[in-house]
Design a protein around this ligand. Structure first.
Ligand code: NAD
Length: 433
């Protein structure tokens, strides 16, 4: 199959590279010239384990191409995937401008019958809108079928997820188009779930909203645990043993971030609102998350009310481990507040530092290792559970100005911190020393 993928972010690039890996000829299109130049040289503009190697391999096998030119990129394509961003608008709804632009580009450039597949996360009804835009703007007399194929990959394990995902959702009005998309994906060996377009669009939002709900739920439980001297880790383990609940996404922390959960939960509240339905539960989930993101700062303020001139180590900047994505990362709010309070910040992240520099205050200093950041600090705050942070040399706590660690991701065992005489505050567990 000859496939084009429009947009080479976390979703588009991983989709393009994975489809080329299973034997398809894929052209990836992006409007960002710098990105395209980099990718042509086999260098991924995003950090994703295993991606660079797979990219290089398929470029060398002449199965993977990159261009900024839509016309050239669509040439001869049987299937075109839309994988551009759908960021949040000010009112919380999804901005569909990029998707709509791609629909126009498709209409004005294709010369043969094509299946258009939307991978981007889009509100219910968008695929029908895409179909309309294409039909209004079509230049040549060709047939276009629309398929909704929402993406479920997780940043940090995106390649692994493409080959071992839980399901591939395919929504279409055309059984033939759905069959072709199923066939394309067959080598992945992942179960294909076929449905109608609107249900496929909804599955994506409902799935993310449910996962976000699980996170906010366990965070609420953790806040109660702190007040009744229970340990949320033990509680979550005991809960997760019940198969109806499941053990995943029951990790208490400082809330969810990233490019999906915050925007998709708000978009679903909007989608419901548009049909006069108040999604009360999800509104609660979003509010709980906002509250949870302030937890570290609140705990720090309780211990150090005056942060002026205090040296604070910030450990982890990305919104989660194994990604360089800083979108909606808790570190953004935390650094802003610390700087406002006059603190001196020394931050460490193994991968996201370059992206962080473009987003965080210029006043933030960066260390090469967790140990370097911690040394001489008045307090260390843990924001992301990178292995480099979980496995930090414990002796470094002896080099702090005062051994105060406030851990938003429960990286260390309580016993260990007690023995080391570290004053340790974590999430939903008793404070130590
Ligand atoms: P991204 O912002 O990382 O990448 C989008 C890319 O599209 C950019 O490189 C941009 O330059 C390009 N682009 C914009 N307009 C274009 C056009 N007209 N032609 C060609 N390229 C264009 O986005 P992402 O994180 O990959 O997300 C893409 C979509 O997938 C979103 O709807 C998102 O919600 C969804 N999604 C994301 C994830 C994730 O983990 N990032 C997971 C599942 C679904």
């Amino acid at each position: 199959m000859k496939i084009s993928v429009v947009g080479t972010g976390y979703v588009g690039l991983v989709t393009g590279v994975s489809l080329s890996e299973i034997g398809h000829t894929v052209t990836c299109i992006d409007i960002d010239e710098n990105k395209v130049n980099k990718m042509r040289q086999g260098k991924s503009p995003i950090y994703e384990p295993g991606l660079d190697e797979m990219m290089t391999k398929n470029i060398e096998s002449n199965r993977l191409f990159f261009t900024t030119d839509h016309k050239q990129g669509f040439e001869g394509a049987d299937v075109i995937y839309i994988a551009v961003g759908t960021p949040e608008k000010e009112d919380g709804s999804a901005n569909l401008a990029f998707v709509e632009q791609v629909a126009k580009d498709i209409a004005t450039n294709i010369k043969k019958d094509t299946i258009v597949v939307t991978k981007s996360t889009v509100p219910v009804g968008t695929n029908h809108k895409v179909k309309q835009i294409i039909h209004i703007n079509l230049v040549n007399d060709v047939k276009v079928d629309i398929v909704s194929n929402p993406e479920f990959l997780k940043e940090g394990s995106a390649i692994e997820d493409s080959f071992h995902g839980d399901r591939i959702v395919v929504g279409s009005e055309s059984a033939q188009a759905a069959d072709i998309i199923e066939e394309i994906n067959k080598p992945f060996g992942v179960t294909v779930y076929k449905t109608d377009i609107r249900s496929a669009e909804m599955i994506k939002y409902a799935s993310n909203a449910f996962l976000a709900t699980k996170i906010s739920f366990i965070n609420e439980i953790s806040n109660i645990c702190e007040r009744v001297d229970a340990n949320v880790e033990e509680v979550a383990e005991g809960m997760g043993m019940d198969k109806r609940i499941g053990s995943q996404f029951l990790k208490a922390g400082i809330g969810y971030g990233g490019s999906c959960f915050p925007k998709d939960t708000k978009a679903l509240i909007q989608i419901a609102g548009n049909v006069d339905y108040e999604f009360e539960l999800l509104k609660g989930v979003v509010n709980v998350n906002k509250k949870q993101q302030a937890l570290l700062l609140n705990k720090l303020n309780e211990r150090l009310p005056d942060l002026k001139g205090k040296r604070i180590a910030l450990l982890g900047l990305a919104f989660k481990p194994n990604t360089d994505d800083m979108r909606e990362a808790a570190s953004i709010v935390v650094t802003e507040n610390l700087i406002k309070a006059g603190a001196e910040i020394v931050a460490f992240d193994p991968i996201a530092t370059e992206n962080a520099k473009t987003l965080l205050s210029e006043k933030v200093n960066y260390a090469e290792s967790a140990e370097e950041a911690i040394k001489g600090s008045d307090a260390a705050l843990i924001l992301t559970e990178w292995d480099e942070i979980k496995n930090v040399n414990r002796e470094v706590f002896d080099t702090m100005n005062y051994p105060l660690v406030i851990d938003g991701r429960n990286c260390f065992k309580l016993e260990e911190m007690r023995e080391r005489r570290v004053e340790y505050h974590s999430v939903g567990r008793p404070s130590i020393n």
